[in-house]
Every structure is written in C-alpha cells, then in structure tokens.
Design a protein around this ligand. Structure first.
Ligand code: ZN
Length: 199
C-alpha cells in the first residue's frame, strides 16, 4: 500500500517554487543592471522586449520592426561564421547576445548620408577627431561582456548597415571571450584601427 505524505509533498513543491522564483528574479536582476547601463549611456528608456527569430534578446526604446530584428540576426550570423573560421567557439549562440535599440541622436552623418547614430559621452575620445564637444556619435557601443550586450540605433531603412554594426560590435565581444590579446589591442578605436577586425 502506498501512502502519500502530503506534508513532504508540500515542502517539495514549496522548494521547487522557490528555486523557480529565484531563477526568474536572478535573470531580471541581470537585465535590470544592463538596462540601467543602457539608459545611462543613451538617456533613453527601454520599455520593449523582443527576441529575434533566431533567439537573440532585444530591449528597445520603441517597438522594434521585424526588419530590425532580422538584420540583427543577419549580423550575428556573419559574426559567428567569421568567428568559426578563426577557430573561436565561445559565445557563438544567438541567445548569448542582448542588443539594445536606442533612438537615434542623429540620422545623418557629416557627409549628409543616412547614418542613425547615438551620442555618447566622449571619455577616451576627448580631443580626438571623434569628439563633437563632450560627446561622440557612434553607430554602436558595447555595454557588457557577461552577458554579451551592446547598443545600436534604430534604423528605418538601410538595414544592411544594422547587420554591419551588429557584426562589428559583436567582434569586440567575441574577441573578449576567445582572443583576449587581440581584444585588448583593438578595443579602443581612439588609438587608431577600426572594423572589420576579423577576416
Ligand atoms: Zn568597435
């Protein structure tokens, strides 16, 4: 005869519930740190969450268009392909990446070309050709290495540029996790050098 001990069953379920709850809270705490950092850099708030068809995570200031999400996937695909060609194996899953889509602080560059960029504090670029008076315009910027996160600007056309920016920002993160020496050498563009880094 089998007798169910309801008391131990209760504690088992309570334990599972607590584990589940802490996992959920743990994830959102990481996300909150990321969101705070993104808000500090961009002065935007990121109220929309989405996932790309291939599973990258996206926080956006405005509801992201399917074209933006597909362009992010295409950029990551290119990045992973080139990384594998270099025999890198870490952080080559779409779900390893969190991308913030900020509102563009300008939509045209100094050559009057469509170029949605974000304005960020100049810091290490102070006094360089990138310095536009205390801030610089950037196509993208790395926000965190664990988890891998970066910010780009929202585009309404020329989605090839989105894929390119995703690939380029992703290069810094892939190098950080797979080839630290090359990462250190290429992280700071104010010292010269640009993208693509990986061939
Ligand atoms: Zn870069």
């Amino acid at each position: 005869m089998c007798k169910i001990n309801t008391k131990s069953l209760f504690f088992l379920l309570l334990g599972l519930f607590c584990i589940g709850l802490s996992i959920i809270l743990g994830q959102s705490r990481t996300d909150r740190v990321l969101i705070n950092e993104a808000e500090k850099v961009t002065q935007d708030s990121f109220d929309f969450f989405a996932q790309t068809p291939k599973g990258a995570r996206v926080f956006a200031a405005d509801k992201p268009s399917p074209k933006m999400l597909n362009a992010i996937d295409a950029g990551l695909s290119d990045l992973f392909e080139i990384a594998r060609r270099n025999n890198y194996s870490k952080r080559l899953n779409y779900s390893d990446y969190t991308i913030f889509i900020a509102r563009a602080d300008r939509t045209k560059n100094s050559d009057n070309q469509y170029s949605p960029d974000i304005a960020i504090g100049a810091a290490q670029y102070a006094g360089s050709i990138y310095d536009k008076g205390g801030y610089v315009y950037a196509a993208g910027m790395v926000l965190a290495f664990n988890p891998c996160a970066f910010v780009i600007a929202e585009h309404t056309k020329n989605f090839l540029r989105v894929s390119e920016v995703v690939r380029f920002e992703g290069e810094h993160l892939v190098l950080y996790h797979n080839h630290r020496k090359l990462y250190n050498k290429t992280a700071d563009h104010s010292q010269g050098g640009g993208h693509p880094i990986l061939q």
